[in-house]
Structure formats: C-alpha cells, structure tokens
Design a protein around this ligand. Structure first.
Ligand code: SF4
Length: 459
C-alpha cells in the first residue's frame, strides 16, 4: 500500500499524524508525498474554524473524481470526523475510513476490513500507546493529555476530542525516554489545556503530579529544551511560572491565550476568568521568569463585541506588550453555543478590527524583537533556510531565526548565535563559539549575502 497523509490544524494533529503514520508503516505501507502516487489518501482534519473545513471539502471533491478513474481508498481522521458535519461529508464524498480523534489506533482494523469503516469511540488504549520517536529530527511533540473539560462557547473541541483525560505520568516519561534515545533535543508537551494536567473532571487523579511538577520532572530528564502548549488562564498557577523560572531546560516562552480584553466578551465566551485575573498571571509570570517571551491568541469580532470591547482588547495588548499573537476573526462553528445563540457580526467589521489589531501586533513585535539585538541566544537549527547557505530554526523564546552556515556549525543542531538584525517576525544572526566570537562563515557563503537575506525573507 502507498499511503499519503495530509495534516490540517494544530500541533496535536501533527502528533496524531505521526502516530497514525507510524502505525501505517508498521503495517507495511510506503508513505508517498503526493496524491498521484497513493492508493490510500488520509486527511487529518481540523474543525475549529470554517476555513480548514472548506479545504477538506474541496480535497474530498477532488478525491471522489480520482476514485471514479482508479482504485483509491479515502480516509478522514481527526476532529471533523467526530462531527455530524464531517460524517455528512463522508457520506457525500464516498469516504471509506472515518476515524475520530479517540479511535486512531483502529487504522489497521479499518484497512483490513476492506469495507467502509467508521471508528468514533474514545478508546483508553490511545493513552497508553507510545509512538516511535520521529527519525532524523531534533524536535518532537509529546501529548500529555487529550480532550478538554472547559466549555468556551465558541469552541467545538469538547465535542470533537471529548472530556479531558491526562496520560499516566509513567507513560509520558517512557515516551520521553524514547525521544531522548533518538536524539531529540526539544520536546513540546501538548494538550488542549496542559495547566489542568492531572485534574480530570476537576478532580485530582491519585498519584498524578500537577502540571508544574510534571514540568520539573520532564525538565530534569536530560532533554535540552522543553516547551508546552496550550494553556488556559483559568488553570495557570503561580507554581507553573515558578517551575519554568527555576528549571533551566524549560524555555522562557509562555503562550497564554487571552481571547479578549473585555470582561463582557470573556463572560459571553465562558472563559471563566476576568481581564484582572489574566493580568495577575502575567505579573506572576514576569516575576518568576526572567526575559520571558509572551504570546497569546485573540479572537476578534466575537458576537456582541462593541467598539468599546475591542478597545479593551487593544489596551490589554499594550498593557501586556506581547511578543507575538495568533489573531483570528470569529468563525461560527455549527454545534457550538455561540453559533446557536448569538448573531454573527458583519464580516467587514470583523476584518476591519483584525486589521487594527494586526497593526498593533506588528508594532509590539518589532519593539519586543529589537530588545534581542546584539544578544546571544541558544538556537535550535532544523536545517536549510529558503536562501542557500543559510540555516533556519528557533530560539528558546520561539522566535524564528536565520543564520549563515558556519565552520563547525553547518547542519541541524543546537548552537549559540548572536542576533544581528530583527524584524517584527524574524531574528537574523551569526553563529558564535563558546567565547562569544563569531564562527567563520562557510567559504561558499559570501558576506554580502548575509546583508541580502533579511529583505529576501521578508517578501
Ligand atoms: S479551553 Fe476552551 S477554547 Fe480551549 S479547547 Fe477547551 S473549550 Fe476549546
């Protein structure tokens, strides 16, 4: 079997795709890089916004046409598969295999069955399953929990991924061991709300550490860098900030979604915290973590958001001074309370507000990134940048960075780099040795190219 897997959505979907891909390979599949080469095409879907759903619909339409011309097995997995919306699509586009996020390990049974197969249960075995480490990589994801016990009114995740289930800490540490043995240098702990780890359905699981304790355990395992996502402010405790501050392996990067700066809107979103509560977390984070890099998520144009509410989001942005933000216009999703009960705002209004927020974000990102100018950063370089002779990667603070290849540092790895230029979206630098001196740039790399790369990459 030649299988092609297409992934949409978040890092949890990337992790799940890796898990299913490793199952397919263990069943003897060859993974191929295009639909044309494949006799099995599997889409790992996202349902959180309208756009990725439209994309899946369009690809399924193409696949149905191909199926009319040659044998092809089509599968849909992930969040959309769990929803009535996805199941209707599966019927319409003659999908053969449908696997919800809790039934991924049914992939073998689905392919063996040789007939239409729907797996939509949330199965416990998934929490015990340890996928093999990704090969030839320095970074990996590690799922520590699945599902979510919150019920934000705009979010479909509690329906698609079910209630929160924390993974057994022993399984997490065993999976971490496999990653370490494979040479992984940076691990990102994943969950819809990692701060609630160990407290499923609001109750502490006997024998499970808190998230802060888990961070300390992972951070002292020998791994170089630890990141995590996503956090809910409601469950973010000061102990988490303290664990980050005192554990060298845990990167000084906190992504804390605020969604809105207006208490009225936060209430309608059922976010369970106030602006004041959120800002208190930010001051705790700054108290415990030196040089912390802060990121957030913001939804613009939630139903009922007035200009005054939006101004409160802008003023909160100024008060925090985020390094970066993921900003979205509100996307009504069938099956969510906000879709059922609230009227959507006009698209032009939402787009106009998003434009103002993006301008604010660029201003702050430019200012915040400029503070790294001249500093030395630990960088994880993944491989070749778009421009020949350069490598790209990330700092501990999650800034994308590009550096010229240097003698002794001409491939993927963890290095030190001095930041030589910044933009709102990127850092540029040069690799340095332990003495802080710049390493000689590779002979093939002309110094004037380094001056060219910044404008090139900004295109
Ligand atoms: S915390 Fe809210 S937004 Fe996040 S997954 Fe849970 S319900 Fe959705």
């Amino acid at each position: 079997m030649r299988a092609h897997l297409i992934t949409y959505g978040c890092q949890m979907n990337e992790y799940d795709s890796h898990l299913v891909q490793s199952q397919l390979v263990s069943l003897g599949a060859d993974m191929v890089s295009s639909i044309d080469e494949a006799d099995f095409v599997l889409l790992n879907t996202c349902a959180v916004r309208g756009k990725p759903v439209d994309k899946v619909r369009s690809v399924l339409g193409q696949l149905r046409k191909i199926k009319a011309q040659r044998p092809l097995v089509v599968g849909v997995m992930g969040c959309l598969a769990q929803l009535e919306e996805g199941q209707q699509m599966a019927r319409k586009f003659e999908v053969d295999v449908l696997l919800g996020p809790g039934s991924l390990l049914d992939i073998g049974a689905a392919l063996e069955s040789n007939q239409k197969f729907w797996g939509l249960q949330f199965k416990d075995e998934l929490h015990q399953h340890i996928p093999p480490a990704p090969s030839g990589k320095l970074q990996a994801h590690l799922t520590i929990m699945r599902g979510c016990d919150h019920h934000c009114t705009y979010c479909i995740v509690p329906t698609t991924r079910g209630p929160q289930v924390s993974r057994d800490p022993d399984q997490i540490m065993r999976e971490l061991d496999t990653l370490l043995a494979a040479g992984i240098q940076e691990v990102t702990l994943l969950g819809q709300n990692v701060n609630a780890y160990g407290f499923d359905a609001g109750a502490k699981r006997a024998g499970y550490p808190s998230f802060a304790e888990l961070l300390r355990m992972v951070g002292s395992s020998g791994i170089q860098r630890v990141k995590f996502t996503t956090s809910h402010p409601m469950n973010f405790t000061e102990d988490v900030a303290a664990a980050i501050g005192e554990t060298p392996a845990i990167c000084e990067f906190v992504h804390l979604p605020v969604q809105s700066g207006s208490n009225r809107v936060l209430r309608r979103m059922a976010r369970e915290y106030t602006r004041e509560h959120y800002l208190a977390h930010i001051s705790n984070i700054r108290k415990h973590i030196q040089n912390v890099v802060l990121a957030t998520d913001i939804i613009v144009g939630f139903p009922g958001e007035t200009e005054e509410d939006f101004q409160e989001t802008l003023s909160l942005y100024d008060e925090v001074g985020y390094d970066s933000a993921y900003m979205f216009i509100y996307s009504p999703r069938p099956g969510t309370p906000s879709y059922t009960h609230f009227a959507d705002l006009p698209r032009e209004l939402k787009t106009e507000r998003l434009g103002r927020l993006i301008a604010k974000q660029k201003e702050w990102s430019a200012k915040q990134n400029a503070r790294w100018q001249g500093s030395i950063q630990q960088v994880l370089l993944r491989g070749d940048a778009y421009s020949e002779g350069f490598l790209e990667g990330h700092t501990r603070g999650n800034h994308p960075i590009v550096v010229p290849r240097a003698v002794g540092a001409d491939g993927p790895g963890v290095y030190q780099a001095r930041v030589t230029a910044t933009t709102p979206h990127m850092l540029y630098g040069e690799l340095v040795g332990a003495d802080g001196q710049a390493l000689p740039v590779m002979a093939s790399q002309q110094p004037e190219d380094a001056a060219l790369i910044s404008p090139l990459l900004m295109l």
